[in-house]
Write a new protein. Structure first.
Length: 585
């Protein structure tokens, strides 16, 4: 047997009863008009009026999507819309009556039209509000979860319309907006947060506009595990979708001093070479360069799959894939010669700490020699600006990966002044990158646990990839050469707290957290500054680390010895004296 969807059943139900209401209203109208003694000559007129109204009203109700309105959430806006459609249908009937005024058998008395309008409107509205009134009085829980809407008034109205339009699991009880109070949106009271705290209004869910700071929301509201939080994503002016909150939403930092104009001036119309173009950071840099109107992108990556993936994403910029490794200087030089980039953004690196500890020689070759190759070629071919992606692990490093990146910072800083403005940008972990802890935790939760955390006190800085990449471009734009820029990552987050929050958001119970011990090269916390002598820029989100002078001739010789040495750890210690290698917990 064919099973009907709830939407189809609702449509059939309302069409049937709307037809019944129209027939009943027309019949009663004629009865009232003729004192309950309808002349025989008006039987044809009565049938014709009912038929015309059924055709007109059902068609208009379908066209204006009256049948898509949720029965239990029927609200003020829906009432207004319904009244307008009933008026419109009555006007069409009136116009039809005028056209048939010379046909005596189909004459419709004008008083019939007025009487029928009021009876139909009353009954149609009673039918629509009946379920909501019944549920509110007798079965409040059946309305759905009592929900707060946190949004500005326009978006709140769109969210309420989206909830009312569909068979929703949510029942709005208040709109929270600090700019307005003592108002109603779609029949729902609006409160500022302070006013709301004084009200005794219970809620089981919070629906928050995507533009609202989720972390601030959690600070203001007591959102326990039992309170469901949904993000309202605005797909278009009339379409809103409710999505589950993610841990990325909780950890996201939205820099308030993002200067898109400066970034655009830096990127627009330029040929830009991006190394590691298919990686987590590199691919987002490519997308941001496309967004800010780059002339051409040279996508350099040694992974065929990564190049294919990023090429599929780019649609509005000329993109040239170059499948090369940054350690192959001769091949890379051919690329510089051919494309003559204006800007080079160097994101290629081996960055996974435990893997680098297991492959020290390969990591040193890739990270140190590869970076040196790209910087040297950028200077040789008069690149205007070189921007290197660095890491918080370069500060007082305890692992090989961080130490190699510190050497890259030293080479970048001390190679400056040869015609190319060379800057480095240092930041912490980005959410969702390859090797990030968050995808690992998600998989462990999906598998039923346990979640493995290395240490109960371990902390990390986090930032969303798009935000980090835009700030990288902003730092690159304001750099005059020689700076190591540091992105404001906010407060460090305990990984065990992050794991617990992900368990809470998953809704799964009985998932345990186990501690596996620090891995080789891993430390409890990361730092972004080598010392406290940082310099401020005009942007709060970006500061500059104190310069470290290292004669370039000596650094070149030390790097040469490092690459050829049989004891590379000792050579790393010589170049970076603050390197304290941590082999285990």
């Amino acid at each position: 047997m064919l099973k009907m969807s709830p939407e189809l059943r609702r449509r059939i139900f309302f069409i049937f009863f709307d037809i019944v209401i129209i027939i009943f209203s027309v019949f009663i109208s004629y009865e009232l008009r003729f004192d309950f003694a309808i002349p025989a000559q008006f039987y044809m007129s009565l049938a014709f009026t009912a038929l015309i109204l059924i055709l007109i009203r059902i068609t208009l109700f379908s066209y204006f999507k009256i049948y898509e309105i949720s029965w239990r959430h029927f609200g003020f806006n829906d009432t207004t819309k319904l009244i307008n459609v009933v008026i419109f249908s009555t006007l069409i009937l009136l116009f039809t009556t005028y056209l048939l005024r010379f046909n005596t058998s189909l004459t419709i008395p004008r008083s019939i039209i007025a009487i029928e309008f009021f009876i139909s409107l009353f009954l149609i509205l009673v039918l629509r509000v009946s379920k909501r009134l019944y549920l509110e009085k007798y079965k409040a829980n059946a309305l759905g979860k009592y929900s707060l809407i946190v949004a500005d008034l326009d978006r709140a109205n769109n969210i309420l319309r989206a909830i009312n339009k569909n068979t929703s699991a949510y029942y709005p009880v208040a709109v929270i907006n600090d700019k307005h109070k003592k108002l109603k949106v779609n029949g729902i009271d609006v409160y500022s947060f302070e006013n709301f705290k004084d009200q005794d209004i219970g809620y089981e869910a919070v629906i928050v506009d995507e533009k609202v700071d989720i972390k601030e929301l959690y600070e203001k509201f007591d959102l326990s595990k039992d309170v469901e939080v949904k993000i309202a994503t605005n797909y278009s002016e009339y379409e809103t979708k409710l999505e589950d909150i993610s841990v990325e939403d909780l950890l996201a930092r939205h820099p308030k001093d993002l200067d898109t104009k400066t970034i655009k001036e830096f990127i627009a119309g330029k040929t830009i070479l991006i190394t590691g173009a298919g990686g987590s950071i590199g691919s987002e840099i490519c997308c941001q360069c496309e967004k800010y109107s780059a002339k051409k992108l040279i996508l350099l990556d040694h992974s065929e799959y990564n190049l294919y993936t990023i090429l599929e994403e780019l649609r509005d910029v000329e993109a040239v894939p170059v499948m090369q490794s940054i350690v192959e200087k001769d091949l890379i030089e051919d690329t510089f010669k051919k494309y003559k980039p204006d800007i080079v953004i160097h994101a290629a690196a081996y960055k996974h700490v435990p893997l680098v500890e297991s492959n020290i020689k390969e990591a040193i070759t890739n990270n140190v020699l590869g970076t040196k190759n790209i910087i040297d070629l950028s200077i040789k071919y008069s690149v205007k600006k070189f921007v290197m992606i660095s890491t918080d692990k370069a500060v007082r490093p305890t692992n090989v990966m961080g130490t190699t990146k510190r050497i890259c910072e030293l080479y970048a800083q001390n190679s400056n002044g040869q015609g190319t403005d060379i800057v480095a940008v240092r930041f912490g972990n980005v959410l969702g990158s390859s090797g990030s802890v968050i995808p690992k935790f998600k998989k462990q939760i999906d598998d039923g646990g346990p979640i493995t955390v290395t240490h109960p006190d371990i902390t990390r800085y986090f930032m969303l990839i798009p935000e980090a990449c835009e700030l990288v471009l902003q730092a690159g734009a304001i750099g005059s050469g020689g700076e190591i820029f540091i992105l404001d990552m906010g407060e460090p987050i305990k990984i065990v707290d992050l794991a617990q929050k992900m368990i809470d958001l998953s809704g799964k119970k009985n998932i345990k957290i186990e501690f596996s011990g620090l891995r080789p090269g891993e430390k409890l916390y990361e730092e972004l500054l080598l010392d406290e002598s940082d310099t401020k820029t005009k942007y709060e989100s970006i500061t500059v680390a104190k310069a470290t002078l290292y004669p370039l001739d000596k650094l070149n010789q030390d790097i040469k010895e490092l690459l050829e040495s049989g004891d590379q750890l000792s050579k790393l210690q010589k170049i970076v004296p603050e390197f304290k290698h941590q082999l285990n917990a």
